[in-house]
Design a protein around this ligand. Structure first.
Ligand code: AGP
Length: 611
């Protein structure tokens, strides 16, 4: 995610800002920038790429001043570029602003400000805030703090932001709604950051803003108020985390941190993208190709690893609810086949990194043959994102852990949104669209309730620590989950695991089953429940141990399986999103128990940019 750092005090600001940016590099970013106030002169510098590049650009210049803000950007709107990097500056050059979060209504704000004469220099949602603050400050008596407070009250979405102005050269204004902001209380100096790790080297005394709060920092102190300008009493906390811990927000590994982020990730993935009344998805990234998506008569989805399995979940959704023929292909195979592609074929690339070589090659092949190419990509501005005709960004934030967790969940959620979008262009009724929309809105909280049960998943992983081989079984929407769950266990714990469609058991794999080969069976109460339950009975008849995942309230498996994990009831098409949580956790706890680092599994890279 993006990173914010700010400083006001007696020392030169630049070294503090650059140190803070470096301490946030682990979060993943694609550009960086600083704004330093020297008396009433504001110096802004930005660069694409690493913080090193920003530092190199400042080597031959003097950036003096004891107040400043800085930012590392993980692109969500607008490709990684110097123009899109933060800080964003107002037309008159007096206001500089850095922002974490997503402004859903930025298009309407931008149109309003453009009509009022403001000129925009970037494609970002954030820049609208800089111009809005400037616009509001032109009224007599409106202070910087007043303008920021009024500006953020116009925002729909999330923000953690820091703002400075040459009209108020001794102040930093910060505000928070949905994206963390922490204030560091030093000796005669005050700092601000989106992540304690950025400033923990200067102070351990920190104040965590809550949603709907803002603060004014200056050389003499700080004051915290609500967005209604009512004073808020806040007391500094002493942070005893190590710098390393702070990077993981106190979690032992990035994998667990990213698993824990999943409720918020799904909210960000869906933010501004569901029209509940119309029972439809609002996918701005497909706006320019909506006429073509209405005409497509075949979908091919390509991806690798977890992205491929998310695509398989999407296949069931799209066929059942959008009525479009779908094929899901391993990108590494598709690129060498001779696919039959017509102008009414759409090829969708699913990729967290947007740089996977096989997926990129597959998309290039599809494009050469005239397909409409779409991307479901997390990394904004990545190669696949740039080479597809259009697409949908995940807004999942950077995924540091090699094993895909939040990205997979976000991909499956995007497929639900895409299913609504394409379905409502075809035969899907508003009633069905509303039902899916309403159920999607429940999913983040249901995911949170599942994530809270780590002790349960750990206990089961410990109970089966003896096993060297596992079968994962599922049917229909849960068959891809069997493959994904097996992949998770393999790649972080190095335990052999095979994912199979449950109906395949009798066609060979059941020969493996005895008391030494446990199976994880994803068996929710869905349209194929009885069939999958029979599979459990066949496993038990061969002394196979069974860990079953089923729907809350269903106790038919209590005496059939050795262990049962219950997941909340939801639409069959959304069940894979919930069933993935215990599967991720089982793999994580298995790896940790074996003494492995789940963040950096042996032999694996986060993005496979070579064949
Ligand atoms: C999944 O846990 C693995 N890290 C891997 O299979 C990954 O999903 C695959 O390499 C695809 O990566 P991408 O989504 O960045 O294209």
């Amino acid at each position: 995610m993006c990173g914010i750092v700010g400083y006001v005090g007696k020392r030169q600001a630049l070294p503090v800002l650059m140190d803070g940016l470096r301490r946030m590099e682990y979060r993943g970013y694609d550009s960086a920038g600083i704004a330093v106030m020297d008396d009433a002169d504001l110096r802004v510098a930005k660069s694409v790429g690493k913080v090193r590049a920003l530092a190199d650009s400042l080597v031959d210049t003097t950036v003096a001043g004891t107040l400043g803000i800085a930012h590392t950007r993980w692109a969500t709107h607008g490709v990684p570029s110097e123009a899109n990097a933060h800080p964003h500056v107002s037309c008159d050059g007096k206001v500089a602003l850095v922002h974490n979060g997503i402004i859903e209504n930025y298009a309407e704000l931008r149109a309003e400000l453009t009509a009022a004469g403001h000129a925009f220099a970037s494609e970002t949602d954030t820049e609208t805030l800089a111009h809005l603050v400037e616009h509001l400050m032109r009224f007599p008596g409106v202070t910087l703090a007043d303008a920021v407070r009024s500006a953020v009250r116009r925002v729909r979405g999330t923000f953690g932001l820091a703002v400075v102005s040459t009209d108020y050269p001794n102040e930093i204004i910060v505000a928070r709604l949905g994206s963390p902001i922490v204030i560091g209380v030093g000796e005669g100096e005050y700092l601000v950051a989106s992540d304690p790790n950025a400033i923990i080297g200067h102070t351990r005394s920190m104040i965590f803003l809550d949603d709907g709060e803002m603060a004014v920092l200056n050389r003499d102190g700080y004051r915290v108020v609500s967005l209604e300008n009512l004073p808020v009493a806040k007391h500094p906390e002493n942070i005893d985390w190590s710098a390393e811990d702070a990077q993981k927000n106190g979690h032992a590994h990035f994998m667990m941190k990213e698993m824990s982020e999943q409720p918020e990730v799904l909210r960000n993935t869906m933010r501004g993208r569901i029209d509940f009344d119309a029972g439809n998805a609002v996918l701005g990234g497909l706006r320019d190709v909506a006429d073509r998506t209405r005409e497509i008569d075949r979908l091919i989805i390509v991806g690798c690893g977890s992205a491929y399995y998310a695509a398989q979940v999407g296949e069931y959704m799209l066929e059942e609810y959008a009525g479009i023929p779908v094929e899901v292909e391993l990108a590494s195979e598709f690129r060498y086949r001779k696919p039959i592609i017509t102008p009414r074929t759409a090829v969708i690339a699913v990729s967290q990194s947007g740089e996977t070589a096989d997926t990129l090659a597959a998309i290039r092949e599809a494009k050469m043959k005239g397909a409409l190419t779409l991307g479901i990509i997390n990394a904004v501005g990545s190669t696949i994102a740039r080479e597809t005709d259009a697409g949908i960004y995940n807004h999942a934030g950077p995924e540091i852990g090699v094993a895909s967790t939040k990205a997979f969940l976000s991909q499956a959620t995007v497929f639900a949104l895409l299913t609504m979008f394409l379905g409502r262009q075809r035969q899907m009724s508003v009633t069905t669209g509303r039902r899916i929309s309403e159920e999607l809105a429940r999913i983040p909280d249901l995911v949170a309730s599942l994530l809270a049960r780590q002790d349960e998943y750990k206990a089961i992983a410990d109970k089966y620590a003896w096993a060297d081989d596992f079968l994962y079984l599922g049917r229909k929407y849960c068959a891809p989950l069997a493959y994904e769950g097996a992949l998770k266990l393999k790649e972080v714990s190095y335990v052999h695991a095979e994912g199979y469609a449950a109906g395949e058991m009798k066609h060979g794999p059941i020969a493996l089953v005895d008391e030494t080969m446990p199976s994880i069976v994803i068996c929710p109460v869905d349209s194929v429940y009885e069939k999958t339950k029979s599979c459990i009975e066949e496993l038990r008849a061969r002394r196979g141990k069974v860990i079953a995942i089923t729907t809350e309230g269903n106790h038919e498996l209590d005496n059939l399986a050795d262990d049962v994990i219950f997941i909340p009831k939801t639409l069959e098409m959304l069940t894979p999103i919930l069933a993935a949580i215990p599967l991720q956790a089982f793999a994580y706890h298995a790896a940790v128990r074996r003494g492995f680092d789940p963040d950096m599994p042996r032999n694996l890279a986060k993005s496979v940019t070579v064949e």
